[in-house]
Write a protein that binds this ligand. Structure first.
Ligand code: 3H9
Length: 697
């Protein structure tokens, strides 16, 4: 028998135990082990009932995702589950941790389910671009009815053991931590009471009740908005509906067909890449599990603006006290007031309780003096982008903070080494670049300076995890990974409009690709005065900065969403960008002034110029070692800029387009448009000449 699944008997109960770390995924060894162990149990005359239980941190967390795309080795999961369901002896699944995907499907093939109260269950396949492909779409609705099954399967969200009990997914919930003892006791009860084998496939009452229901069309309509651009959520609805329209075996066949359609869709590859990339980014080159990590039990923040306030909330949310320092009481009061308002908003939507609002606010204090930072473990500076001010601040922090405190800057572009040079402890200085709104966006771009110690790097990565962000460690350069690429895209988008495209045409190409918003809608959200101020500063410093039609908008006090007009106009209380003929007029006049004759620009040219300029820059970023792996860049873009996860991130997307296609187009733009941004990255040329991809690095 396989080592990963064992059979033994305890009294009258035959115990099948899965032990396949880290998450007992249903790889080939587990599937064949499950079949062999079941056979033993069936032949064990002294076993009155069987128990399926897992070792380690969790019940089976799903199919082994690493096997997807490779030839399937028998037995398939559906056949394994059929054999369990058809067992003559009743089988109890004992659930701890998370029973997910194929794991929950296996449990649904058993005849009874008992769970620890800490456990969760779910069918998250949709998050990988799939649908439950081993009976989940046919068995779950037979227990829960259509609506709840659709909710769980189209969202992929987990439900708690107690909710699962209420929904009929599990039969009993027990407190405690010893899942084997809980499972044995339940199986013993089943044996003692002579309970029958109860097959979910045979349950009919919920199916009859929801046959012909309108709920399927309601879900499809809802998904048109929620799941824009996605493929598998719609297939999930089709598969669940089959449970209500077809007999069980035919429903299973339909599920399989739809599952294979999802398997073949490009979204599956992108989402699975994103799943693993999100986990890989925490494994940083040069750091190991043995790298010491400092305790961070208290945090200081400089600046109570939007960024500082959002950052503070992350720490308060996980119980870490925060002190915010501002220059003026008024600014401090305003910042603290906004934090409270944000929490109150969450409470009014039922996301947190009023008591949690008070608990979190109690963890956030304000001060007007740096003395408040004497004992904190980490300080994050979040003032506006000005090197002289940042250096002054870090000089002061160096004097005040205790030895070993980490001094971080939330700068989005500036040189971490220069900031660190204002201190006598550059090894403790690091960038922690949060994305706005900082309490919502999942990315934390941690920036290593040339002298940042390994301990500090490891600590800021651990802090990211603690505050439930995805931390990516990157090198130091202007704009780091995310903004360096974004700036190239922004310049190209501007150039396209100068040459003849409209802002809405550029934005539509980007939203069609799957971005939540285009370049110009994003500028309006951030405020177009930000770029204006930077351009003005550079002009004042004597730099030759090209004029821009955006400058004219700022001079007309069209600053973006905050003034209800920028590149687009906005209706009161709405964030929906509305194209504005006045802006088209202004752009037309600007072109005339500049002597530009506008031309028709195709969507394909917009896509290539906006995306390939980023890919070329991404290749330079890899070449320079600013990002260690292309997946680091992918994760930055998915979690910091809303790049569609189903496309796997920009570098993964580039691999799918084909690096040879991208290189020849980049060369063409270099010849026709010119500019450093189109100089092909040496790495791109090398990869093409070797027939390799970014993902092979
Ligand atoms: C499915 O079931 C299809 C079926 O319907 C039909 C089939 C015919 N496979 O997240 P963590 C690895 S689709 C392989 O850091 P946590 C993960 O990469 C599947 N590996 O831990 C990581 O490896 P490493 C449906 C997997 O405690 C390690 O385990 N199931 C799988 O924060 C620890 O993971 C899902 O979609 C897997 N299925 O969270 C569940 N899962 O240490 C996906 C994890 O080398 N998994 N790994 O980096 C999860 O949601 C979380 O991993 C879980 C644990 C909640 C389980």
């Amino acid at each position: 028998m396989s080592e990963v699944v064992t059979y033994n008997r305890e009294g009258a109960i035959g115990v099948i135990t899965v032990n396949y770390p880290p998450v007992n995924a249903l790889g080939h060894a587990v599937r064949s082990g499950l079949v062999a162990a079941l056979e033993q149990g069936q032949h064990d005359a002294d076993a009155k009932a069987l128990l399926l239980v897992c070792e380690g941190r969790t019940f089976i967390a799903g199919a082994d995702i690493r096997e997807f795309g490779k030839p399937m080795q028998e037995p398939g999961l559906t056949s394994v589950i059929d054999q369990y369901e058809n067992s003559d002896k009743p089988i109890v699944a004992a659930i701890h941790g998370t029973a997910l995907g194929g794991g929950l499907e296996t449990a649904l093939g058993c005849h009874y389910r008992v769970a620890l109260s800490s456990a969760k269950v779910g069918l998250p396949e949709v998050k990988l671009g799939l649908l439950p492909g081993a009976g989940g779409t046919q068995r779950l609705p037979r227990l829960t009815g259509a609506r709840k099954a659709l909710e769980m399967i189209t969202s992929g969200e987990f439900v708690s053991a107690r909710d699962a009990l209420a929904l009929g997914i599990v039969d009993a919930v027990e407190d405690g931590s010893d899942i084997k003892a809980v499972g044995l006791a339940y199986a013993q009860k089943v044996a003692d009471e002579g309970k029958p084998v109860r097959r979910v496939r045979d349950l009919t009452d919920k199916v009859e009740a929801d046959k012909g229901s309108e709920v399927f069309d309601q879900f499809r309509a809802g998904l048109e908005k929620k799941a824009r651009g996605l493929f598998s959520p719609f297939k999930c609805v089709d598969a669940v509906q089959a449970a209500f329209n077809l007999p069980f075996d035919e429903g299973m066949k339909r599920e399989r067909e739809l599952f294979m359609e999802c398997m073949d869709s490009p979204h599956r590859g992108g989402l699975i890449h994103s799943f693993f990339a999100e986990r890989e980014v925490s494994k940083v080159k040069g750091l190991s599990k043995d790298t010491p990590v400092r305790d961070v039990n208290s945090v200081g923040i400089i600046g109570a603006g939007t960024m500082g306030g959002g950052i503070a909330m992350n720490f308060a949310n996980v119980g870490i006290p925060v002190t915010i320092v501002e220059v003026k009481q008024e600014a401090l009061d305003k910042g603290l007031g906004i934090i409270r308002k944000n929490y109150e908003n969450s409470a009014s939507k039922g996301r947190i309780t009023q008591q949690q609002v008070e608990e979190r606010m109690a963890l956030i204090s304000g001060s007007l003096t740096y003395d408040a930072f004497r004992d904190v473990d980490l300080v994050i500076e979040a003032v506006f982008e000005n090197m002289a001010i940042k250096k002054e601040i870090f000089g002061k922090l160096d004097e005040v903070c205790k030895p070993g405190a980490i001094l971080a800057s939330n700068t989005s572009t500036l040189d971490i080494d220069e900031i660190a040079s204002a201190t006598k402890r550059p090894e403790d200085v690091v960038g922690m670049h949060f994305f706005s709104p900082a309490n919502v966006m999942k990315l934390l771009e941690n920036v290593r300076g040339s002298k940042t110690s390994d301990e500090v790097k490891a600590t800021v990565m651990a802090v990211a995890k603690k505050i439930k962000k995805v931390g990516v460690l990157v090198g130091n350069c202007h704009g780091f990974v995310g903004n360096r690429m974004l700036h190239k895209r922004g310049a190209e988008a501007m150039a396209l409009v100068n040459e003849g495209a409209s802002p809405q045409q550029v934005d539509k190409v980007l939203t069609d690709l799957g971005y939540p918003m285009g370049q110009f809608a994003m500028s309006d959200l951030a405020g177009i005065d930000v770029g204006y101020r930077i351009r003005e500063e550079r002009r004042n410093a004597g730099e030759d900065v090209a004029p821009s039609w955006m400058d004219k908008l700022v001079e007309m006090n069209r600053l973006g969403q905050k003034t209800q007009a920028g590149v687009y106009k906005y209706e009161e209380g709405s964030r929906k960008p509305i194209p504005d003929p006045d802006v088209d007029q202004l752009i037309a006049e600007f072109r005339k002034e500049q002597g530009i004759t506008p031309r028709e620009i195709s969507d394909q040219e917009i896509l290539e110029r906006c995306m390939y300029v980023m890919i070329n820059e991404g290749a330079k970023i890899l070449e320079e070692g600013i990002a260690d792996r292309s997946l680091d860049i992918d994760v930055v873009w998915i979690y910091g800029y809303g790049f569609p996860a189903y496309r796997g991130g920009p570098m993964f997307w580039a691999d799918q387009v084909g690096l040879d296609t991208i290189l020849s187009t980049v060369k063409n733009f270099h010849d026709t448009l010119g500019g450093q941004q189109w100089k092909p990255a040496a790495l791109l040329e090398k990869l093409v000449s070797e027939g390799r991809k970014f993902g092979d690095l």
